[in-house]
Design a protein around this ligand. Structure first.
Ligand code: HEM
Ligand code: HEM
Length: 163
């Protein structure tokens, strides 16, 4: 039994679709990190790229665009669900959570835009792409630390993202 019963049941702020898309983005971003390492090998002028590296490069490009579409969909779903959500208590932790969540939406969308620009429009934007990766790593570390904190507290916040 949770110590904070108000956070359960009908007050759950995320639909199954939102929860599914959250974990889909997590999986895709792990894939983006893995496939990104093949990209410099495909641009090496001294060695012809392997088929595996070329496939990973293509996966990085198209899966990255999918991340952008899913994140934009999540933002729309979030705004659409505002009226169903319980009013947020004006406490510091909720404000901090909003800032980190907003930062994650922004950083991931900027990351996708920078990757797109690097690939199709202007190569030097790779510096911006690398910068936003660092921002994502920092915000995700804070986010995971907060998730684990809520899990150990058993206050129901972690359960919001479990289907
Ligand atoms: C949220 C989605 C994405 C994530 C998390 C991601 C992540 C990464 C990471 C970690 C790197 C290595 C950066 C470095 O340290 O140099 C990288 C490189 C790269 N990414 Fe992405 N990426 C994403 C989306 C995209 C998209 C949509 C495209 C293109 C349409 C793209 C194209 C590239 C390219 C061309 C590079 C190589 C840049 C270079 O030559 O230094 N990425 N990406
Ligand atoms: C790159 C990886 C991740 C990204 C980009 C991300 C992004 C987000 C965003 C934007 C939200 C807010 C949802 C909304 O209000 O619409 C959220 C909520 C949440 N995430 Fe993540 N997340 C990531 C990884 C994780 C991981 C690994 C965990 C668990 C260890 C996790 C647990 C949660 C939980 C429990 C919530 C609900 C928090 C609340 O309602 O206050 N996330 N995530």
């Amino acid at each position: 039994m949770s110590k904070f019963p108000d956070e359960k049941g009908p007050q759950r702020p995320y639909t199954l679709l939102q929860v599914t898309l959250h974990w889909l983005v997590v999986l895709l971003i792990l894939g983006q990190w893995y496939t990104s390492r093949a990209i410099p090998r495909t641009h090496n002028p001294l060695l012809p790229p392997s088929d595996t590296d070329l496939i990973q490069h293509a996966i990085h490009t198209y899966a990255g665009i999918v991340v952008g579409i899913v994140m934009a969909t999540r933002l729309l779903l979030k705004f659409a669900s505002y009226r169903r959500q319980p009013p947020m208590p004006p406490v510091l932790t909720e404000r901090l959570a909003s800032i980190v969540h907003g930062g994650l939406y922004l950083a991931v969308l900027c990351q996708v835009a920078a990757g797109f620009i690097t690939t199709y429009l202007w190569g030097p934007a790779r510096v911006v792409h690398a910068f936003f990766w660092d921002v994502i790593l920092i915000l995700t570390s804070i986010h995971i630390a907060a998730a684990v904190y809520h899990l150990t507290r058993g206050d129901g916040v972690f359960r919001r993202m479990i289907p």
